[in-house]
Every structure is written in C-alpha cells, then in structure tokens.
Design a protein around this ligand. Structure first.
Ligand code: PSU
Ligand code: MN
Length: 333
C-alpha cells in the first residue's frame, strides 16, 4: 500500500494541471482536481451545480445509472449551468468528471467505495475509488466554492434511530457546510419527523418548493409541515444568498416534490418499502449497507417502478437546481 506521504506528494504533483490563478488555496495545493470546464466556470462566476456519485454507484443499476447521470448533466447544461459531478478517482478528489470518468464510475458500481465524510481521508490515502454521498459531495462543493448541489434524496434519521443512533452524516454536514441541497425530500424508509427535528437542531433551514409540506421522495407528501416555503428559483436564490451573506455556516435544504405525473405509483412503492424494511431487519442489514439494500429491494418488488420514479425526480431536481444556480449567479452580478 502507498504511504500517506507519497499519496500527498502525488496529489501535489497534480497542481500543474489545475487552474493556476484560482483564489482557493486548497485547489492551488492540488488537493482537488477541477475539470477544465468547472475551473473556467468558477473563475468567471458562471453558475455551477454539484452532483453526487453514490446515486450512480450504489443508487441505480448499470446501465440506467450511466444513462441517468448523462441526462442529468445535460439538463443542467440546457438550463444554463455547468454540472460538476464529484467523485474520488485513484485517490484524487475530482470536481467535474469527463465522460470517460463518468463511465468508469458507473461500471465500477458498488466496487467504488460509498464515501461519506468519514471515509474521505481513507479513500484518498489508499488511492481508492470513492463515490461521494451527500455529505462528502457537500464538503468538496463548499471547498471549491459551489453553492448549489442537486441530488435525488438525502440520508436521514433511520427508523428506530433513537436506539441504533443511525443518523446519516448528511444531516450533520447540512449543519456545518454552507451549500444548498436540492432534493425530493427523504424516503419513508427513514423516520421523516425525526429527520426534520434533527435538521432543526442542526440549525438547517428546510424549505419546500411550491408546497407547505415536506415531500417523501416517491410521494409528494409526508404529513410534515415545513416552516419555509419557496415558490420560484429567485425565492431560492435570495434564501441561499442571505444564508451566505450572514455567514451562518449552515446548509439549506430545498425540497422539491416529485412531479405529479410520476407520483402515481407512490402507494405501491410504499407497501414495497414496508416489505423491504422487514427483510432488512430479518437479515440484520444495518449501517451504510442499509440504504443501498432497501433501494435495490424496493426496485425489485415494484418491477422497476421505483427506479423510474427515482430517475424522473432526479431530472426534475436538476432542472430546478440549474435555474436556482442561474438566479443566484445573477444576484451576485
Ligand atoms: N437516498 C436515495 N438514493 C441514494 C442515497 C440516499 O434515495 O442514492 C445515497 C446518497 O448518496 C445519500 C446516502 O447521501 O445514500 C446516505 O447514506 P447513509 O444513509 O448511509 O448516510
Ligand atoms: Mn448510517
């Protein structure tokens, strides 16, 4: 195994590939690699949208994962922003992937390591391939100055979390990293009321888009009210801008309900979730293996309906997120 000092010197060798005038010292030191397109966009104030990669490696099967990743990047571009998919490849944190890198990650699938904040140093030191979760993606987005990040769903407080203490590090990251996360809420495989309580404790503003209710990923409603409603990309941009200007240091969660035409199978998916939860308990599947297990099981039980809904909502989030990034860039002009 490579020693950590040689891993670090290899990282600093990357420096010459990076944007030389970038004001962020971490980029200058070669700790992260920006794609040329993302480097250019960041240096000119052009809107950028970060995208996570666990959804590609662990959230969807090949080749749907690759197709979706490409389509999501295309939607971001069509709506005026530059996509920046985040992943760790051969130990190098990358912000913005080439088509070849995206393909590599999609074919690696679950052979890539699911990388949350706690895993980042380990994957880098071992020259590993890491697919970043919401927490790790937020960390890198913030490091390079990206304010808007689009995903499908975030992690949360697991059911019975009050006993297992299984609370996704996505929630603590939202409490400490000033990035706006655009998602379709959290799945009902999780404990949604406790997830919202935890976010409140962390000081995170949770806003719902065109609704007063927090959405439950596959369905538009969770029964939980939010305290902040936003109706347009401009509303979102002003909220994010206020959060940044005040240096609150916390993230913002913008929850966009799944489009109506795709929420029809919500009831069927809900019952599959109940079966999958029981099976996970019987098989004693816990920790970071639980979410990928439940996603795959629910997809199998619904004959692919949950995957189709998942893809539809991610694309919708990409559309909304790109518009928010554009509105935010205009505010800063
Ligand atoms: N929810 C989904 N799809 C996903 C995930 C969550 O609907 O792919 C992934 C995201 O990367 C999220 C992570 O950040 O799972 C949360 O995992 P955990 O519960 O182990 O913190
Ligand atoms: Mn967990």
């Amino acid at each position: 195994m490579e020693s950590s000092s040689s891993a670090l010197s290899r990282l600093s060798n990357l420096q010459r590939h990076l944007h030389p005038q970038h004001p962020n010292s971490k980029i200058q030191q070669g700790l992260v690699k920006l794609s040329p397109e993302v480097a250019e966009a960041l240096s000119t104030g052009h809107p950028v949208v970060a995208l996570e990669s666990t959804i590609i490696s662990h959230g969807m099967p090949y080749p749907k994962n690759l197709e979706t990743a490409k389509e999501v990047e295309a939607i971001v571009r069509e709506n005026g922003a530059v996509p920046a998919t985040v992943a760790i490849l051969d130990g190098v944190p990358c912000v913005g992937l080439s088509m070849g890198e995206l393909e590599r990650l999609a074919t690696l699938g679950t052979k890539a390591q699911k990388t949350a904040r706690r895993d980042i140093a380990h994957v880098v030191a071992n020259r590993g391939n890491g697919a970043t979760t919401v927490s790790a993606t937020m960390f890198f987005a913030s490091m390079v100055g990206i304010h808007v990040f689009v995903t499908g769903g975030i992690g949360g407080v697991h059911r019975h979390g009050e006993q297992t203490m299984d609370i996704s590090s996505d929630l603590t990251e939202l409490g400490r990293t000033p990035v706006a996360v655009i998602s379709a809420g959290v799945k009902s495989i999780l404990d949604i009321p406790r997830t919202l309580e935890y976010l409140e404790t962390q000081g995170v503003c949770v806003a719902a888009y065109n609704t007063n209710e927090f959405p439950a990923f596959f369905t538009e409603r969770s029964g939980c009210k939010v305290h902040c409603r936003v109706d347009t990309p401009d509303d979102c941009a002003r909220l994010i801008d206020a959060n940044l200007k005040l240096k609150l240091g916390t993230g913002t969660l913008i929850a966009v309900p799944i489009p109506k035409e795709h929420s029809a199978s919500g009831g069927l998916i809900e019952s599959a979730i109940q079966i999958a939860l029981r099976e996970a308990r019987d098989k004693n599947i816990t920790g970071n293996a639980e979410t990928p297990f439940l996603l795959a099981k629910v997809n199998e039980l619904t004959g692919g309906a949950s995957l189709a809904s998942n893809i539809a909502l991610v694309k919708n989030n990409a559309l909304v997120g790109a518009k928010i990034a554009v509105a935010l860039a205009q505010l800063k002009e």
